[in-house]
Design a protein around this ligand. Structure first.
Ligand code: C2O
Ligand code: CU
Ligand code: CU
Length: 507
């Protein structure tokens, strides 16, 4: 027991970057949560997203150079209505190619904003999007091959809400009143408090992780909520960091939606794990009026190894009774530091509660039947497709891959036919934890690590954690050509940029 405690302390000391000791700033929590401006996108022309440079003071007195879509950092909340056509034009006022990818949206390949649709400085891309997606919380971001990590990090990202006029949304839905977007990201800052994106060897391997957590672009903000039910739409827009959100008083809340839209029933829980690019909508009851914080464990690199994720055990587990080489793997020392990260705080205002006073027992989830698969495809996510050292040093940036091949834009990896249900089986080499994201459709998770998954608890997904063999069931009804295929990839942005991505046509 003694030895174990000692090792824990030693590991925690090692895991603390020296930077923290010498830095000349301290983040001040408690600034009000900014609520992104809404841009309703309908059939009329005139809605423009300008990709621009800006400056943003994450740390008071230390302006960072940032990018945004029509803002200094991040972009407006885009609101689309199902069944309607949406016209949007995206102008590139930066000095490198960008895209605007509608992550999670069911649109054909030529409208999807993937890497093939990159457009250069001074150019404008003006897609006309037929909105054919159930009510959901989605994500938009730039998706230039090899540059997605730095571009999203700088700020080219935002949230999308799809409304479905055909359903009667029984949940809190007054935007900015009892329905709030929370875009969660981690960022690193240098000694003077300016945002940095420096990839060390560990970041190249496991994905970038920063020490400070932002919500809607602000470090540890505060939100004043009404004393009733409040809906939080949480998007993990971090490059790689994983969160297991919970409240510091352990209160129960309800998950009501995942990536692709509403669940069948509200799911009572006390913690919510989101990998990069995953979304969840939760409903929290604040009628007890007590202030509370949203927190997460600081899930370290050990947590990025297979079997390294914490479940409800939490805490500091890198030195368990099996010792360092237990199932936490060789990265155990840099595992979960045991630290709790404060994400943001809530206090309850004087305004009378608005919206529903209770949750319905069932939700109007979208429920198309997928049926039995007619085909199976296997994907192995590879940490290196060439020389190990070359990959780790990142000298050519294209060392990772899928099924032995790094991504190449003019190679089509798979051809899929519309309307045919398929089973995709995803695996990873080197015991690494990843995610798998598919463009163009939403899927069901069938099993993870050989255990079957109850679709009602997970809902419709477009990103799934891969921590062992993972099976998903999916079907496409949007087309994607050879010129503008759909992508599948790990959504750890540094893995994606290093080539862990493939592409497919749908004909
Ligand atoms: Cu979030 Cu291929 O995208
Ligand atoms: Cu996507
Ligand atoms: Cu990965």
């Amino acid at each position: 027991m003694k030895r174990r405690n000692f090792l824990k302390i030693a590991a925690a000391t090692l895991a603390t970057p020296a930077l923290n000791i010498s830095r000349a700033w301290a983040a001040e929590p408690g600034a009000p949560l900014p609520i992104p401006e809404v841009m309703e996108i309908g059939p009329d022309a005139g809605n423009t997203l300008d990709a621009i440079r800006g400056t943003h003071e994450f740390i008071a007195g230390a302006p960072s150079e940032t990018w945004g879509y029509s803002q200094d950092y991040l972009g407006p909340l885009l609101r689309f209505r199902r069944g309607r056509t949406a016209n949007i034009s995206v102008a590139n006022r930066l000095d490198e190619p960008i895209t605007a990818h509608w992550h999670g949206m069911h649109v054909p390949g030529y409208l999807d904003g993937g890497p093939q649709l990159a457009f250069g400085p001074g150019e404008t891309w003006a897609p006309e999007l037929p909105i054919d997606h159930p009510a959901a919380t989605l994500f938009y971001h730039s998706h230039v091959h090899g540059r997605t990590g730095p571009q999203v990090y700088r700020g080219l990202a935002g949230m999308i809400i799809i409304d479905d006029p055909e359903i009667d949304d029984p949940l809190p839905r007054n935007y900015g009143v009892n329905d709030f977007p929370l875009i969660v990201q981690d960022r690193g800052f240098d000694r003077s408090g300016r945002m940095t994106y420096n990839l060390g060897m560990m970041d190249r391997m496991h994905g970038f992780r920063g020490d400070e957590i932002l919500v809607n672009g602000v470090i540890r903000p505060k939100l004043t909520v009404p004393a009733g039910l409040v809906r939080l739409r949480i998007l993990n827009a971090s490059n790689s960091r994983v969160y297991d959100f919970r409240f510091n008083d352990g209160r129960q809340f309800y998950q009501v939606a995942s990536d692709g839209g509403l669940l069948n029933v509200p799911l009572a829980t006390t913690s919510l794990q989101l990998d990069g690019a995953e979304r969840a909508e939760i409903v929290v009851n604040f009628s007890d009026r007590s202030p509370v914080s949203l927190v997460s464990h600081d899930i370290g690199m050990g947590g990025m190894m297979n079997g390294g994720m914490m479940g409800d055990r939490g805490g500091s587990m890198m030195m368990d009774d099996r010792g360092m080489m237990g199932d936490r793997g060789m990265m155990g020392m840099a595992g979960n530091s045991g630290t709790t990260l404060d994400i943001m705080s809530f206090d309850v205002g004087e305004t009378a509660p608005v919206g529903p006073a209770s949750l319905p027992t069932t939700l109007p989830a979208d429920a198309p039947e997928l049926g039995d698969p007619v085909r199976r495809r296997d994907f192995t996510l590879n940490m290196h497709t060439g020389g190990m050292m070359r990959g780790m040093m990142g000298r050519d940036g294209q060392m990772m891959g899928i099924n032995g091949e790094p991504y190449i834009m003019d190679r089509i990896d798979e051809t899929v036919r519309t309307g045919e249900t398929e089973l995709w089986r995803i695996n990873a080499d080197m015991m690494m934890r990843h995610t798998f994201h598919v463009h163009g459709t939403s899927f069901r998770v069938v099993s993870q690590n050989g255990r079957s998954v109850d679709p009602a608890r997970i809902g419709w997904k477009d990103v799934v954690r891969v921590q062992g063999p993972t099976e998903i069931l999916l079907r496409f009804d949007k087309l994607a050509s050879q010129e503008t295929p759909f992508m599948y990839h790990c959504h750890i942005l540094e893995h994606e940029d290093a080539g862990m991505m493939g592409q497919f046509t749908v004909t």
